[in-house]
Design a protein around this ligand. Structure first.
Ligand code: THU
Length: 130
């Protein structure tokens, strides 16, 4: 699957979000090594800090379905600019997906691609726990 198609799925995934308090819709589309795509959106709680971002919703969905190997995650936000994953999501992507491609798409459908290691250099990880 090419990244413009994956980005389109992230835009579609915004309809799955439940941003009750911020009204800021984010969608994510996670691509497995076998070519399957998981979708998810951000889900907010009245206890705001319990909110979960679109990226983590999507990753946890895929992991809980037994998936372990991923190649890319696309993220679509709700502002004219690109929606960069927050720090917590960068850590979770690093731990559960590795150094995958991060595909960002803005409202003009422009795309930027990074490696996770561009966004989270010198990451903490399981090796540091040994
Ligand atoms: N959010 C995401 O879902 N992903 C990001 O990369 C940044 C922020 C969500 C969390 C919250 O529901 C809303 O956007 C505003 O911060």
């Amino acid at each position: 699957m090419d990244y413009s198609e994956l980005a389109q799925k992230a835009i579609e995934a915004k309809s799955r979000s439940l941003p009750t308090y911020s009204n800021f819709h984010v969608g994510a589309a996670l691509l497995t090594e076998e070519g399957k795509v998981y979708l998810g959106g951000n889900i907010e709680s009245s206890s705001y800090s319990l909110t979960i971002c679109a990226e983590r919703t999507t990753i946890f969905k895929a992991i809980s379905e037994g998936e372990r190997k991923f190649t890319a995650i696309a993220v679509a936000g709700d502002s004219p600019g690109f929606c960069y994953p927050c720090g917590a999501c960068r850590q979770v992507i690093s731990d559960l997906c590795g150094d995958i491609d991060i595909v960002l798409v803005n409202q003009q459908q422009e795309i930027k691609v990074f490696k996770l290691s561009d966004l989270l250099p010198f990451a903490f990880g399981d090796e540091d726990l040994k």
